[in-house]
Design a binder for this molecule. Structure first.
Ligand SMILES: Cc1ncc(C[n+]2csc(CCOP(=O)(O)OP(=O)(O)O)c2C)c(N)n1
Ligand SMILES: [Mg+2]
Length: 556
């Protein structure tokens, strides 16, 4: 940190350190919150931690990275993470993988052993540090000289922010921070959106104009770019039905809009079937497509031309079908709407409307199968009744997802988050980061996390951070004592007799109170509604364990 005395001393008379210059740069970028878990190799970075910076401690690194991810998404700013050398980064990698697929700009840093000893690999040396986080970072670097540290941060920030945005990584030897750094801080800015090639976009607009039955498939990039208005304007200009891309991690379109059809299934054959009858599909801001279970079939129905717009060249390159165009989703939506200004929208083709996102068919049993326990659907309906206005939903509840989306349509921007990756352990800590961002931004919208009893275990330490930060969240654990969704996969994959699906004997009330939260086990709808409604009067999270009747929903 630069003291007032240093600030008023002419440059020639004092020695700036690597720490001074780096903190000036971080300050200039507003990177004054460090999400971290510290060790001996990071203490030199954090020494005399400046009072205008904030340290958010997470007790395990998967939580630290995902909290930063949630905060970055909800503030629409990059976030700074500091972990303990290779050991901490290793623990955090599941969340780094998710952040990469979420396209969240994270500046990941770890300490490294001192340059004096690194050659002989003392304890906790991050051997081949830049290899460890690959392929889930856009750039990984360990500065060759101490004085390169600030410029390496600047390059890291620029790389993280430019499209497609994502995590970057710096490994920082612990003896660099007090070394002299004569180079002044250089603060550069970069653009974060790339416009599509106008000629090719015109071709796409012409194809849409000439189509007799166009369909729009919207992805999470529209939500990340705050583009609901643009998404609605294009849909209405075309009069086209809108699907959310399979398993969208953010809601790209208001789910109560008359043109909204639901979420496409994440399997090849069933997805293709749902697009039958259309002649042009425009996919904007999503991969083509995010699939999961393998269900063979044609990628597209006969007679359908697919046009794809994304700012991620890896996505446009790996699409198995269709013609692609690189460009920002929201800029493309606006430009297409302009190009179609003279277009008289035909009436949207009447279409099967799915009221859920991931699973193509609703679960067989919507209610408890006579075992006295509530069904997930009953719980969601009750929570939806008492949730405060503008509540933000964060979800990781695999077997109950379609029930959740049926009960809880997303009708406001930035009120739904999940992971793009399927790597469990992201949503709970991300929801803590989102709740912190809601407070930091002054929006103060309540955050409700709905999570399976299996998913809860992966990053449960994050609820301690939420309690320490006095965040009044509502965290609902659906206890079915099993990994239910894996039983559905066992049906699809025809794998009877797989062990390891049952997770009995967990006491979430003890766990949550042990981490400093309020907690209760409730199996009565009225009590659930009452406790849920009161969660917002507290200064710590409320964790509800709700026993639910297990169900094995059909995946396909
Ligand atoms: C990091 C990670 N480990 C394991 C898995 C495999 N997996 C997918 S779903 C699941 C079970 C989830 O259980 P729970 O949260 O209780 O939801 P339920 O299926 O019971 O609704 C597991 C273990 C995964 N996706 N990610
Ligand atoms: Mg479960």
């Amino acid at each position: 940190m630069i003291t007032d005395e240093q600030r008023h001393t002419p440059d020639r008379q004092r020695t700036m350190t690597v720490r001074d210059v780096t903190f000036e740069l971080l300050r200039a970028y507003g990177l004054t919150t460090v999400f971290g878990n510290v060790g001996s190799t990071e203490e030199t970075f954090l020494k005399n931690f400046p009072s205008d910076f904030r340290y958010v401690l997470g007790l395990q690194e998967a939580s630290v990275v995902a909290m930063a991810d949630g905060w970055a998404q909800a503030t629409r700013r990059p976030a700074l993470v500091n972990l303990h050398t290779g050991a901490g980064l290793g623990n955090g990698m599941g969340s780094v993988l998710t952040a990469f697929q979420n396209k969240t700009p994270l500046i990941l840093t770890t300490g490294q052993q001192t340059r004096e000893m690194v050659l002989l690999e003392p304890w906790l040396t991050n051997v081949e540090a830049t290899i460890l986080p690959r392929p889930w970072v856009k750039w990984a670097y360990e500065p060759v000289r101490a004085e390169d540290v600030p410029a390496a941060f600047m390059r890291a920030i620029a790389t993280a922010l430019q499209p497609p945005s994502g995590p970057v990584y710096l490994s920082l030897p612990l003896d660099d921070w007090d070394k002299p750094c004569q180079n002044p801080v250089v603060v550069r800015t970069v653009g974060t959106r790339v416009a599509p090639d106008p000629e090719r976009l015109r071709e796409f607009a012409d194809a849409a104009r000439q189509s007799s039955s166009p369909v729009l498939i919207y992805g999470a990039a529209i939500a990340r770019g705050n583009g609901w208005n643009e998404a609605v304007a294009l849909a209405e200009a075309l009069g086209a039905p809108v699907w959310a891309a399979p398993s969208s991690e953010r809601a790209p379109f208001p789910e109560d809009h008359p043109l909204y059809c639901g979420g496409l299934p994440f399997a090849i054959g069933p997805l293709s079937e749902l697009l039958e009858g259309h002649d042009v599909a425009l996919v904007i801001g999503a991969p083509v497509f995010r699939y999961y279970p393998y269900v063979p079939g044609p990628y597209l129905p006969a007679g359908l031309r697919l046009l794809h717009i994304s700012d991620d060249p890896a996505e446009t390159a790996r699409a198995p079908v269709g013609d692609s165009l690189l460009g920002d989703a929201v800029l493309s939506l606006a430009a297409l709407t302009d190009l179609l200004a003279d277009h008289v929208a035909s009436k949207a083709t009447p279409h099967r409307r799915l009221e859920h996102r991931m699973a193509p068919h609703p679960p067989a049993a919507a209610h408890a199968a006579g075992d006295g326990r509530l069904s997930a659907a009953q719980v969601f309906t009750a929570l939806n009744e008492v949730r405060p206005a503008h509540a933000v939903l964060v979800e990781e509840s695999p077997s109950n997802l379609s029930d959740l989306h049926k009960a809880w349509p997303i009708t406001e921007p930035d009120t739904f988050y999940t992971f793009a990756s399927g790597a469990l352990g992201w949503d709970l800590p991300a929801s803590v980061g989102i709740a912190l961002a809601e407070r930091d931004t002054g929006r103060n919208r309540p955050v409700i996390t709905i999570i399976g009893d299996g998913s809860f275990q992966y990053s449960l330490q994050s609820i301690w951070t939420a309690a320490q930060l006095h965040l009044p969240m509502l965290i609902v654990i659906l206890r079915n004592d099993e990994y239910a969704i894996l039983k559905s996969f066992a049906v699809v994959e025809d794998t009877p007799g797989v062990p390891g699906f049952d997770i009995r004997g967990l006491d979430h009330v003890s766990i949550a109170t042990g981490y400093g939260c309020d907690a209760a086990r409730l199996d009565d709808l009225d009590a659930i509604k009452q406790v849920a409604a009161n969660a917002w009067t507290k200064e710590i999270p409320t964790v509800l364990e709700i026993p639910i009747s297990p169900q094995i929903p059909p995946l396909i």
